[in-house]
Design a protein around this ligand. Structure first.
Ligand code: PLP
Length: 393
C-alpha cells in the first residue's frame, strides 16, 4: 500500500514528513510497516516520555475507559480533581496553585495569555503588553503564534495579534530598557527548544524575576517542552530557583495522549470566572487518569535524578565526538539536548539516521535536537552514539 500517496491525497500539506510509516512502538523503539526497527530519539517530539506502550499507561487507560471516558466540564469528575490536587499541592510549598485543563501546548499558552490580560484588566487597564523573545516557540494558534517571535512562522498569516513585544533572549539591558507601564507579562521558555536549544542564562532569569516582582508584571514560563522531567527537574525553572506566576505544560504530561495544562498562583488564577474560558475536551476523565499515573512516575526523585545523570552521560559522549564530527557545540539540560553542527543545513543527517535505524530531528537549520524517552537506558544511549556517528559523517 502506498501510504505516502494516499496521505498526500487526503491530508493537508502542513507537514514535511519523512518517508516512513510507523505502525508500532515498544519502549525506546518504533517499527515501520515492514518490521524495520528504529531507536526513537524524537519520542513524538518530547511527548512519549515513558517510551512506547508502557504498561502503566495501558493499565490506566483500560481501567478508566471501562468507567468513564468523557462527560463535559459541566460536572465534577474524580480523575480531574485527583490530578489537580496532586499537581498543585505536591510541589509548591504553601502556595496554592490552580489549573486549567486543555489539550495542547498552544491551547495552554492561549489560556495563559488570556489570564494575563484578564488579571490586569481587572486591576489596571493599561497593562496589556506581553514581552516574548526572538527564537521562541509558543504554538500555532493566533495568540500563541503572536507570542512566537519568529518571522518565518508569521509569514503569510499577518497581522498578528496586537500587544506583543519581541526582545533578544539573554539580554538584560535591552529588557530593562523595554519595560513600560503597559508591560503586563514576560513570557519565555527557559530553554528555547524549537528555536535551537538555546539555554537561558541564570543572570537573565534572575533579572526577569526581579523586574517582574518590582513592577507588578506577571512571569509566565512556557514549560511545554522543558517541563515534566525533561531537563532533570520536574519543571525547568526549578534549576534557577525562581518561581513564575503562571506556567504551561503539555507534551509529555499524559504520556502521548493529548493534554495541556495552564497553572497559576491562586491570586492570579482567580481573575478567571465562569464563562471566561473553556475547552470541551479539557481534562477528560480518561486523559486525567493516565496523566496522574505518568506524573506519579515522573515525580519520583530517583527517576528525576537518573534523567540528569543520563543527560550528562549523553552530553559527555557527544562532546567526545567533537574531534570526529563537524560538531560546533553541545548544549541543553537533562534529556533535552542540542548538537549544533558546523554545516548550514543538517537535514541530511536525519535521512542518514533513518537508514541507520535511528530517529532524530533537526531544528533551527543545523541543530540536531535530541529528546529521547526519559526511560532511555545507557545501552540505548551507546547504541545512539554509534548510529549518530555513522549518520553525521
Ligand atoms: N510551546 C513550546 C515550548 C513548544 O515546544 C511547543 C511545541 O513544540 C508548543 C508550545 C506548542 O505545543 P502544541 O504543538 O502542543 O500546540
Amino acid at each position: 500500500m502506498d501510504y505516502k500517496k494516499i496521505s498526500e491525497k487526503y491530508i493537508m500539506n502542513t507537514y514535511k514528513r519523512y518517508p516512513l510509516t510507523l505502525v508500532r512502538g515498544q519502549g525506546s523503539y518504533v517499527y515501520d510497516e515492514k518490521g524495520n526497527e528504529y531507536l526513537d530519539f524524537i519520542a513524538g517530539i518530547a511527548v512519549c516520555s515513558l517510551g512506547h506502550a508502557p504498561a502503566l499507561i495501558l493499565e490506566a487507560l483500560k481501567k478508566q475507559a471501562e468507567k468513564l471516558i468523557h462527560t463535559s466540564n459541566l460536572f465534577y469528575t474524580v480523575p480531574q480533581i485527583e490530578l489537580a490536587e496532586f499537581l498543585s499541592t505536591k510541589f509548591f510549598g504553601k502556595e496554592v496553585w490552580k489549573l486549567f485543563y486543555c489539550n495542547s501546548g498552544a491551547e495552554a499558552n492561549e489560556a495563559a495569555i488570556k489570564l494575563v490580560r484578564k488579571f490586569h484588566s481587572d486591576a489596571n487597564k493599561k497593562r496589556y503588553e506581553i514581552i516574548t523573545f526572538f527564537n521562541s516557540f509558543h504554538g500555532r494558534t493566533y495568540g500563541a503564534l503572536s507570542a512566537t517571535a519568529q518571522e518565518k512562522f508569521h509569514k503569510g498569516f499577518e497581522p498578528m495579534l496586537e500587544g506583543f513585544k519581541y526582545l533578544p533572549y539573554n539580554d538584560v539591558d535591552v529588557l530593562r530598557a523595554s519595560i513600560t507601564e503597559n508591560t503586563a507579562a514576560i513570557m519565555l521558555e527557559t530553554i528555547q527548544a524549537e528555536g535551537g536549544v538555546n539555554v537561558a542564562n541564570k543572570d537573565f532569569l534572575n533579572a526577569i524575576s526581579e523586574i517582574c516582582k518590582q513592577n507588578n508584571i506577571l512571569l509566565v514560563f512556557d514549560e511545554v517542552q522543558t517541563g515534566l522531567g525533561r531537563t532533570g527537574k520536574l519543571f525547568s525553572f526549578q534549576h534557577y530557583g525562581i518561581e513564575p506566576d503562571i506556567f504551561t505544560i503539555a507534551k509529555g504530561v499524559a504520556g502521548g495522549l493529548p493534554m495541556g495544562i495552564m497553572m497559576a498562583k491562586r491570586s492570579v488564577a482567580d481573575a478567571f470566572v465562569p464563562g471566561n474560558h473553556a475547552s470541551t475536551f479539557g481534562g477528560t476523565p480518561l486523559v486525567c487518569a493516565v496523566a496522574l499515573e505518568v506524573l506519579k512516575k515522573i515525580t519520583d526523585a530517583e527517576f528525576l535524578a537518573e534523567i540528569e545523570k543520563k543527560g550528562n552521560y549523553l552530553i559527555s559522549r557527544l562532546t567526545e565526538l567533537k574531534n570526529e564530527l563537524p560538531i560546533k557545540n553541545v548544549r541543553g539540560k537533562g534529556l533535552l539536548i542540542g548538537v549544533e553542527l558546523d554545516v548550514k543545513d543538517a537535514s541530511y543527517i536525519v535521512t542518514n539516521a533513518i537508514n541507520q535505524g535511528l530517529l532524530i530531528n533537526v531544528t533551527a537549520g543545523n541543530v540536531v535536537r535530541l529528546v529521547p524517552p526519559l526511560t532511555i537506558d545507557y545501552n540505548e544511549i551507546d547504541e545512539f552514539i554509534e548510529k549518530f556517528k555513522r549518520s553525521a559523517k
